[in-house]
Design a protein around this ligand. Structure first.
Ligand code: GLA
Length: 678
């Protein structure tokens, strides 16, 4: 298997005489891939049907001659001026009904029929010309759909939204019932009365109108519709490209919850998951990016392509000071990608640009194109990658633990938060962090994933519930699985309306053996704490942010956490219920780091999840890759200080062939690649 290592390159912005030396430098560093053309539409087609392929032909040829593989992008993220003129009404209208002007990027509506035709035409033309080019290794459709923009709220979208709703609900009566429009006399008498809302999910859709509170069913469906619009838009381009190529087609996503698109849907038809991975080059933490890597790894089941990777800072493009990448950072982030299952790592970007909105954005080469320390670091990493390739290709990142991430849950929490003190994404992140800190691989997967592959499933605050999802969870537990669900489980139905005809957690009360009878966001004025008793650990911890008020109703429900102090003293808040061959844990309270870790130890032990024998301190990332008889552990020290670990076994360093047993030193910001000897 070939691993791809390189950087995004923008030859259209540079005079021709720079191409050859720039590309030669890539080759001399041992790089073997690049990504080009995602914003180059006006250089390819400067006016209607006036194509100029000569420059791109030359660049493709030069790259091929230097053994640099190319991910070629369709350029629809930045429609040229003449396309905007040719498609009246194609500009994106934001949630506050402000038109996004041409002159930047992503100024389009994915539903605009004329713009769709232009996108399909340019994608098809590129594929026809380069679909079989020897330099080509794959396609990227558009660039980071929705980034910084969010959904479109134009008239075309309004009409398409109504069509989408007709398909979902068939009748207006059904829609009125599902959304609960009786509230505040919001009932619709005709489909035409339904408009796009003026409120959406954060971060893009903050309404300018004070006090505006929309129906939760309406806003949630608009998020779903908008996500479907981008998926459909992508599929049109994908279908235009595929007949001319047999290379993988992908898109560059932005990490699991960065914009308003359901990546499970978006990547369903794509060959690999593309993801733009921006871990901080200076921070001592890696977990947010690790969670994104896990999600990307599991989206298509194939090793993800990292189409953009942090290259540091320096000049700030977006305001605020952006730290430069200290020595070792670019190597560290590259190994973060490859160890976590990536097949490709392309930095953003090869050479600092002089022009435009992103002028002086961070890069491997500075403006003058002279290779310096960052270049040398890539050279070293490329040679390490060559050496490690056989071990990477024979091993995979496998996991006994799944963490569910659902866009419907994410949107429901974000559109109608019940407390500003936590977010779905933060809750999911806290659970992920606490698990990986124990030296575990964790798979971030969808609600539709095959859960039977996992010993343990963690379900963060699944606020929306259906009988079907509940049945799947029950079947998993009854078959022997161990499930942990956290507070705010099954509060509302799939239309974002409270479940009122049965006890909460909706459809799951019997599985957990509890009823949620009230909720309590925690009050600093009341002396409420939580007493944990897992058998292995008895302690009292802080109560803040949130707790569900539980009553146990199951015959086999054990209480492992109770409220201490205040009027709630003695109430259960964390429970364990035996159901069939498995166990269902209900974590009814938000817990701080140490307490969460204690509860997770209890659940991991109950699920017999094996951990790595190597215990890592905070700031050291451990990724275990296995395959056949091979067991390879990657250790990445994100801290600046050296750490001393106990390997608890015999290992060979795959880079130096040196053997290590017991105490092992890892320098600050360094990486180790250790094969376990039996
Ligand atoms: C995103 C975009 C790139 C560029 C970088 C800058 O990832 O895809 O085009 O804007 O951010 O950091």
């Amino acid at each position: 298997m070939t691993y791809y290592y390189g950087a995004a390159y923008y030859p259209e912005q540079w005079p021709e005489h720079t191409w050859e030396p720039d590309i030669r430098l890539m080759k001399q560093a041992g790089l073997n891939a690049t990504r080009i053309a995602e914003f180059a539409w006006s250089r390819i087609e400067s006016s209607p049907d006036c194509y100029d392929w000569t420059w791109l032909d030359k660049v493709m040829k030069l790259l091929h001659e230097n053994d640099i593989g190319v991910v070629l992008c369709t350029p629809s993220a930045s429609p040229p001026m003449w396309v905007v003129d040719a498609c009246p009404g194609m500009l994106n209208i934001d949630v506050n009904r402000i038109e996004r002007p041409a002159g930047a990027r992503r100024h389009y509506c994915p539903n605009n029929p004329e713009y769709r035709l232009h996108s399909v035409r340019i994608a098809g033309a590129m594929a026809q010309r380069y679909g079989n080019h020897p330099a080509l290794i794959g396609w990227q459709i558009d660039n980071e759909f929705g980034e910084g923009v969010g959904p479109c709220y134009c008239d075309v979208c309004a009409a398409e939204f109504r069509n989408w709703l007709k398909e979902q609900y068939a009748s207006l009566e059904a829609l009125n019932e599902a959304w609960g429009t009786v509230f505040w006399s919001g009932q619709y008498n005709s489909w035409d009365q339904i408009k796009p809302p003026m409120q959406g999910s954060r971060p893009f859709a903050q309404p300018l109108i004070p006090g505006l509170r929309h129906n939760p069913g309406w806003v949630l469906d608009y998020e779903r519709f908008s996500s479907d619009s981008f998926v459909a838009y992508q599929n049109l381009q994908e279908n235009a490209v595929r007949p001319h190529t047999d290379k993988p087609v992908t898109h560059n996503g932005m990490g699991l919850a960065s914009n308003n698109i359901d990546y499970y849907d978006l990547f369903k038809t794509l060959d690999v998951c593309g993801y733009d991975c921006y871990p901080s080059v200076v921070a001592e933490s890696y977990s947010a990016s690790s969670r994104n890597m896990s999600h990307s790894r599991n989206l298509t089941g194939k090793p993800p392509w990292i189409l953009e990777l942090s290259s540091g800072g320096g000049f700030s493009t977006w305001g605020g000071a952006r730290p430069q990448a200290p020595p070792g950072a670019l190597r560290l982030v590259a190994w973060h990608v490859f160890a976590n299952g990536g097949e490709m790592a392309l930095y953003f970007q090869w050479r600092m640009m002089a022009k435009g909105a992103e002028q002086l954005e961070s890069s491997i080469l500075e403006l003058d194109g002279v290779p310096r320390r960052k270049y040398e670091e890539l050279k070293r990493t490329a040679s390490e990658l060559k050496r490690l390739e056989p071990w990477l290709s024979q091993t995979q990142v496998k996991s006994d633990v799944a963490l569910i991430f659902s866009y419907d849950h994410h949107w429901a929490h974000s559109l109608k938060p019940f407390s500003n003190s936590f977010s779905y994404s933060d809750q999911s992140g806290a659970l992920y962090d606490a698990l990986v800190a124990k030296g575990l691989n964790v798979d971030v997967v969808s609600l539709e994933a095959d859960l039977t592959k996992y010993r343990m499933v963690v379900l963060p605050s699944p606020i929306l519930m259906t009988p079907e999802i509940a049945a799947a969870l029950k079947s998993y537990v009854h078959g022997g699985g161990v499930l942990l669900s956290t507070f705010l489980t099954g509060v509302k139905d799939w239309h974002n309306v409270g479940i009122w005809d049965r006890p909460l957690p909706g459809y799951l009360d019997d599985l957990f053996g509890v009823n949620v009878v009230e909720v309590d966001p925690g009050c600093p004025d009341l002396p409420t704490r939580i007493a944990l008793d897992t058998g292995a650990c008895k302690c009292e911890v802080k109560h803040s942010v949130w707790s569900d008020v539980l009553e146990t109703v199951g015959r086999d429900t054990d209480v492992i956490g109770r409220i201490v102090g205040s009027y709630r003293a003695g109430e259960p808040v964390i429970t364990r219920n035996r159901a069939g061959k498995g166990l269902a844990y209900y974590l009814g309270a938000w817990l701080e780091k140490d307490a969460l870790s204690t509860i997770l130890d209890e659940v991991l032990n109950a699920a017999s999840v094996l951990r790595s024998p190597i215990i890592v301190p905070e700031g050291v990332e451990l990724i275990r890759r296995t395959g056949g008889n091979l067991d390879v552990t990657f250790l990445l020290n994100w801290t600046y200080a050296p750490v001393t670990l106990n390997l608890n076994g015999l290992y060979t360093d795959l880079m130096t062939d040196r053997r290590h047993e017991g105490v092992f030193e890892l320098a600050g910001r360094d990486v180790a690649y250790l094969r376990k000897e039996s």
